[in-house]
Write a protein that binds this ligand. Sequence first.
Ligand code: PLP
Length: 399
Amino acid sequence: MAERSDRRWRLATRAVRAGQRRTPEGEHSEPIFLTSSFVFGSAEEAAARFAGERPGNIYSRFTNPTVRAFEERLAALEGGEACVATASGMAAILATCMALLRAGDHVVCSKAVFGSTVVLLETWLARFGVETTFVPLTDYAAWEAAVTPRTRMLFLETPSNPLTEVADIARLAELAHAHGALLVVDNVFATPVLQRPLALGADLVVHSATKYLDGQGRCVGGAVVGDAERVGKEVFGFLRTAGPSMSPFNAWVFLKGLETLPVRMRAHCENAMAVARWLEGRPGVRRVLYPGLASHPQHALAARQQSGFGGIVSFELEGGREAAWRFVDATEMVSVTANLGDVRTTLTHPASTTHGRLSPEARAEAGIGEGLLRVAVGLEDVEDILADLERGLEAARRA
Ligand SMILES: *Cc1c(COP(=O)(O)O)cnc(C)c1O
C-alpha cells in the first residue's frame, strides 16, 4: 500500500512520507533500528530467510528497516524502482562500477567530475582492467568519438563543479543507448528536487547524501538509484557482500533531511540567484557562473532540464590567487570549507583546494582559474550573505 501511494504522491509529499512503515508501537516519526542483526522465530524461518525464500532482515550489512525507509524515500523522489544506500557518495560510485563493470570494459567520463571519482576510475579501477577516457562535459562530439565497442558506461555530473556547466542528459542517454552502454548521472548538485535524470533517460543516479540530502553537514553517506535488476539485484549484491553499507543512524539523519529537501532547495535557489545577480557586473568580478543567469552558456538547457538552478555560484575575480585569498580571508560569516549543500554558506578557492592536485596546465585547461571562487549559497538571510561577500570584494580590490 505504501508503494501505491508513493506513486500517486507529488514530490513534496514523497519527501515527507514515502518509505515510512509504522511498527505496532504507532510511532509518528521513523524509529532508528540501531541493531546489527535480527532474530528469527524458528530454525525453519532462519533457513527460509537465508535462502531468500521469505523476506525479512538478517544482518544490517544486508538490510535494515531505517536504511530501507531512506532508500524507499529517495527512490520515490528520483522516480526509480530501486535504491541502495551506501556508506558515502564514493561508495555509491564504487558499488555501481564494481557491480556493472568487468575487466576489459571501457568507461567514458566527463572531465568535470568530483576529484575522487577521477582517481577511482583512473587509478583503482584501471588496476582491474577497466579503462576510462575523460572528455569535456559539453563537447558532444568528444563523447561520441570516445565511445568504443567495449564502452559499457558513460558517467557525468550536471551541473558541474565548480564551473556549473550543464550537459544535456537526454542527448547523452541516447548516445549511450545507441552503443549498448549505460548512462550514470551523479545528481548531487541538482538533487531530485531540481532534476530527475531517470525521467530524462539515464539508467542510474548516484548520490552523495553528505551534501544537500542531509543539508546540515552532519553525516557522510550515499545512494544508487535505478531499476530493480541492476540496482536492486546487482548493486545490492555487491554491497551486501563487500560491505560499504549505510549505518542506520546515518539513514535516520538523511530521512529527516529528505523531509525538508524540497523547501530547502527552493530557498537555496532563491538565495543563489540573488547572490549571482548581485555579483554580476560588480567591480573586480570578471565573470559569474550560475545556470540561472541569462549570460550562462547553457542557461536555456538548464531552464528546460531543471526545475531550479541550484545553490552553487562560482565567480572569477580580477587579480588571480592573491585577490581570491584576500577575499576568502576578509569574510567573517561564511564558512571556509570544501563542503557544499549545507544550510550554512560555504566558500572555496578550488585552485588551491579541491583542484589543487591538478597541474597548473590541467587546471587552466579545465577552466579553473586562480581567481575563481565557489560559493555554495546557504540559507542565512541573503542580506547577511551579501554583506559578507562585499567585505571579500573590497579586500580583493585592495591590491
Ligand atoms: C561529495 C561528492 C561526491 C562524493 O561523496 P562523499 O559522500 O564525499 O563520498 C561525489 N560527487 C559529488 C558531485 C560530490 O559533491
